[in-house]
Design a protein around this ligand. Structure first.
Ligand code: ATP
Length: 403
């Protein structure tokens, strides 16, 4: 029986780890493979942004799913003190007395192996398999393997394959920049985004692909338009363009659900709809969308609140909330409605005036339709009217009957 063991911080686990484990599994044909995340790696300090160990374990389990016959082991996470490989191998030896244990590692680890805690114990309990992290170091690896064989009588397998030149450190730096997705299996990337580990922000192409799955096909064009407009407004008004895009991509993520569906989502997230939302269930998707985006896509507070208030508005909206509110109302694919062009122009000249007119137009429209008016909309219009007054700016002239 042969057991392949792969220890590391897995912070997060990436294609480099998976490629080397797959290569080792194909070459050595182990009966079992374990990825073993270290609780306290003896060789390096865990980065400050390291998530709690249950997250690291969950990501490692997802990565293990990409490797045939592999599972994550929590044995080091359950131990106290530094996660010495020699202790792990002793435990494994007890569990599998007759098996060949093979400890897999990358170039950096092989070259520093003699400086580890109890290297002679490691090399007596296990064989070592090495997979290069980068090309061009074959000579160094072979020399080190020969040295370990000679000095310790070690069994060292030097594996061949195309390396994936990446480190978890690099990925942690890329994730907040909406990059790095290509180095991670989708399951791990999705987990990171959902929990916003490492300050990650989603790659927007990935987010579109995911978020559009929740839309009716006929709504996609509107969401695309809202994203484009939100980006333009963000550039005009100095907001973060990619956050504006993210909020716009997600703003209608629960819109397709009917009243029953909306109420089910309310129940799931503990949302208590108010009387106006119950009367007009088109209002419900703002609250359910915010909760859903936070839960499924890890939308942070400022983005969730832009989704939350994109339908009624609220007094004192943040810049991002205003941008998403207006982008939704004036995006290029909107069917023409009275005042649309005026609001579009105003949105790039005076955000407050655009908000005020957009809300005034909505109030007029609802009144005309005899639909209930949510008090938040009326209050928000009053808020912007007052803001314009305070600035000494006259509201934009527009009368409902003028079209
Ligand atoms: P960090 O950047 O946080 O230091 P890391 O990317 O080096 O992390 P670890 O989880 O610490 O990854 O490494 C665990 C094991 O995986 C080590 O033996 C390491 O040599 C190996 N390894 C890491 N990255 C690669 C890679 N790209 N290709 C092959 N092996 C790798």
């Amino acid at each position: 029986m042969r057991i392949l063991l792969y220890g590391g911080s897995f912070n997060p686990p990436h294609w480099g780890h998976i490629r080397s484990a797959r290569t080792a599994a194909a070459a050595l044909e182990p009966d079992k493979t374990f990825l073993i995340p270290a609780a306290i790696p003896p060789h390096k300090r865990l980065a400050a942004e390291t998530p709690d160990w249950p997250h690291r374990f969950a990501m490692t389990s997802l990565a293990a799913g990409e490797i045939p016959g592999c599972q994550a082991s929590d044995m080091e996470l359950c131990r106290t003190g530094p996660s010495y490989t020699s202790d792990t191998l002793r435990q494994m030896r007890e569990r599998y007395p007759a098996a060949e244990l093979v400890f897999l590692m990358g170039t950096d680890m092989l070259l520093s192996l003699e400086s580890w805690h109890e290297p002679e114990v490691i090399l007596s309990l296990a064989s070592v398999a090495v997979f290069a992290r980068e090309t061009g170091r074959e000579r160094e690896i072979n020399a080190c393997a020969a040295h370990l064989r000679e000095k310790y009588g070690a069994t060292v397998y030097v594996l061949e394959g195309q390396p994936v030149t990446v480190s978890s450190t690099r990925i942690r730096a890329l994730l907040p920049e909406r990059q790095g997705r290509e180095y991670l299996p989708d399951s791990v990337y999705e987990y990171i985004i959902r929990h916003r580990l490492y300050g990650a922000r989603p790659d927007l192409a990935w987010l579109r692909e995911r978020a559009y799955m929740y839309l009716k096909p006929t709504r996609v064009e509107h969401v695309r338009g809202a994203e484009a407009m939100a980006r333009r407004l963000a550039l005009r008004w100095g907001a973060d363009e990619s956050d504006a895009a993210e909020a716009a991509i997600l703003h209608d993520c629960t819109k397709k659900y009917d009243r029953d569906g909306q109420l089910r989502i309310c129940e799931k997230y503990g949302i208590i709809p108010d009387k106006w939302e119950l009367e007009n269930d088109r209002l419900l998707h703002a609250g359910t969308g915010a909760a859903f985006a936070a839960d499924q896509f890890g939308a942070p507070e400022h983005i969730a609140s832009a989704i939350r208030w994109h339908t009624t508005g609220r007094p004192g909206m943040t810049l991002l909330e205003q941008i998403v509110f207006l982008a939704d109302a004036i995006e290029e694919n909107r069917k023409p409605y009275p005042a649309l062009e005026t609001i579009r122009k105003a949105a790039f000249r005076d955000l407050d005036a655009a908000m005020e007119l957009c809300l005034r137009r909505t109030l007029a429209f609802l009144e005309e339709q005899g639909e209930p008016i949510h008090p938040d909309t009326a209050r928000t219009q009053e808020f912007y009217l007052k803001k314009l007054e305070d600035k000494g700016v006259a509201p934009i002239e527009w009368a409902a009957q003028n079209g």
